[in-house]
Design a protein around this ligand. Structure first.
Ligand SMILES: [Fe+2]
Length: 223
C-alpha cells in the first residue's frame, strides 16, 4: 500500500531506516551511508524511506525543515552511487502535543510513530483519533518493542497473553511495522508470532542505523 502510494507498485520498499549520514543516531559518514545503501539494494530492496527521529526528546533540534534539507543534499548522490531509490520520511516520537503538520512517509499520508518502550502513552487513543481526523494513517514503528502493548502473565506452565489493546488498535485501523531482525528470532517474540499469524502486522522495515548495529537489512528471499 505504501509502495502504491509512492508510485512503486510491485517494488520492495523498506519503510524504516536511518541511513543518511551525520543526522540523528544513524550513519556517521557518507561512506557508511553508501555501504548501507548498497547492502540494502543487494538484498532485494528497491527503495528505502529515510526515517530520522523527530519530535524526540533526544533530538529537539530536528524538524521538518532540517530533515528535508538534509535529504535533498544526499538523495541524488546515494541514488546515483547505489541504484537504490530514496524517499524522505520521519520517525515521530509520540508525545501528547503531537503536531498537526507531521512528516509523512514520502508523499503518502502514512506517519511512522514510535513510543516509549516501557510506559503506556497517556492520551494514545485520543491522539490517534485526532490524527486520523486530520487524514493521517498511523504506523507503529517496531511494534515488538513496546512492553505495554501486550500484557504477558507468566504462569508456571505457560504464558498468557492479553491482546485487547492490540485488538482495539486494529479496530481503529492502526498499522504495525516489525523490524526484519525480529522476524529471524521469532521464538523470542511469541506475541509477535501470534500477531503475524493473525495478519495483524502490515509492514517490515530494517530500522538500519549503522554498519555494525546488529540489525539485518531486509532479505526479501526469506519471505
Ligand atoms: Fe528507527
Amino acid at each position: 500500500m505504501i509502495s502504491e502510494a509512492l508510485g512503486l507498485e510491485n517494488y520492495k520498499v523498506d519503510i524504516h531506516s536511518h541511513i543518511l549520514p551525520e543526522f540523528d543516531d544513524g550513519s556517521r559518514s557518507i561512506g557508511e551511508s553508501i555501504y548501507l545503501a548498497k547492502e540494502i539494494k543487494e538484498n532485494g530492496t528497491d527503495a528505502v524511506i529515510w526515517t530520522p527521529h523527530f519530535s524526540h526528546p533526544k533530538y529537539p533540534e530536528i524538524g521538518r525543515k532540517s530533515i528535508l534539507a538534509h535529504f535533498n543534499r544526499y538523495k541524488e548522490l546515494i541514488e546515483k552511487e547505489t541504484g537504490l531509490r530514496l524517499f524522505c520520511g520521519g520517525e515521530m516520537y509520540f508525545n501528547p502535543e503531537v503536531e498537526k503538520n507531521l512528516i509523512t512517509l514520502g508523499e503518502t499520508n502514512y506517519v511512522l510513530m514510535e513510543f516509549d518502550f516501557n510506559t503506556y502513552p497517556l492520551y494514545l487513543k485520543d491522539k490517534i483519533y485526532d490524527l486520523q481526523l486530520e487524514g493521517y494513517e498511523i504506523i507503529f514503528a517496531h511494534v515488538e518493542r513496546y512492553n505495554w502493548l501486550v500484557d504477558e502473565k507468566k504462569g508456571i506452565f505457560r504464558t498468557k497473553y492479553d491482546f485487547s489493546l492490540v485488538e482495539y488498535l486494529k479496530s481503529r485501523n492502526i498499522f504495525f511495522q516489525v523490524n526484519f531482525s525480529t522476524l529471524r528470532k521469532l521464538n523470542n517474540y511469541k506475541a509477535i508470532k501470534h500477531m503475524l499469524k493473525e495478519n495483524m502486522i502490515e509492514f517490515v522495515g530494517s530500522d538500519k542505523h549503522r554498519k555494525n548495529d546488529g540489525r539485518n537489512v531486509i532479505c526479501w528471499s526469506d519471505f
